[in-house]
Design a protein around this ligand. Structure first.
Ligand SMILES: [Zn+2]
Length: 251
């Protein structure tokens, strides 16, 4: 199935998780249903609480249900502002019209905690190294890592950054977000990684961990870094001109 064809002429999906990452359930309208095979389908909604696979966050999972149908959301993909929910029917078939959404909260919460921990580690590593860090990529699935440009730091520096992260988590700090123009972001979040890669002309969401710099990000975050739990660095891997730090969380 070509996702761009599916998204063509559809209005951009309202992304409810941007305003409230703690929204576990919501009503919505089903705008389009395209069968994949007899048991699975692609679904477009007017608004969604499901975060798609993007920005290093795995796709949310959950359910779309009506009075007569239950549909298990397995993957969510974003194309041109339209979210496409792929999944399997448990009961009936989805009609066009109103429905209820429910996100798999355990999975979402793990992603939020790991994703916020990764932002905090950017801050801690930059502080320990005494210079701005540029990220290459990250993933916050069962195996979580953050990629950075440059030479791999010493074990001592990595351990120091890990210690700093755990001290900050214990102390706690609020995580907030606001919308800004690109120019405002560059002025407000001047130490954020990858500012050069920001899209032009767009309104951007900037996430701020109290006491750290702002970060342009469309992901889901915990409200207070205390919710992250204990941060544990795993292996650090040197790549060509960059490196990866693997990590896990302990509640
Ligand atoms: Zn983020």
């Amino acid at each position: 199935m070509n996702l761009e064809d599916l998204a063509r002429d559809m209005a951009a999906t309202q992304l409810l998780y941007l305003d409230d990452s703690y929204l576990k359930e919501s009503s919505c309208s089903i705008l389009k249903v395209e069968s994949d095979d007899r048991k699975s389908a692609y679904v477009v909604l007017d608004r969604s609480i499901f975060h798609p696979k993007s920005g290093g966050q795995p796709s949310d999972q959950g359910r779309i249900s009506t009075d007569t149908a239950v549909f298990e959301v397995r993957k969510v993909m974003a194309t041109k502002g339209v979210l496409i929910h792929w999944g399997k029917y448990v009961q009936g078939t989805l009609p066009i019209g109103s429905a209820q959404l429910k996100v798999d909260w355990d999975l979402r919460q793990k992603c939020m905690r790991r994703h916020t921990a990764a932002h905090l580690f950017d801050h801690c590593l930059a502080t320990v190294l005494g210079k701005r860090v540029e990220t290459t990529d990250s993933w916050v699935g069962d195996e979580s890592y953050i990629g950075y440009r440059g030479e791999i730091p010493t074990t001592g520096h990595l351990q120091e950054a890990e210690k700093m992260e755990n001290e900050l988590i214990l102390k706690g700090a609020k995580v907030t977000s606001q919308l800004m123009t690109r120019e405002q972001v560059v002025a407000y979040a001047s130490d954020a990684p990858n500012l050069a890669r920001l899209p032009t002309g767009a309104t951007l969401r900037v996430v701020t961990i109290e006491g750290c710099g702002g970060i342009p990000c469309g992901g889901t975050h915990v409200r207070n870094i205390r919710e992250i739990g204990q941060f544990k660095l795993g292996a650090a891997q040197s790549l060509d001109g960059s490196f990866r730090t693997y990590f896990g969380l302990i509640l």
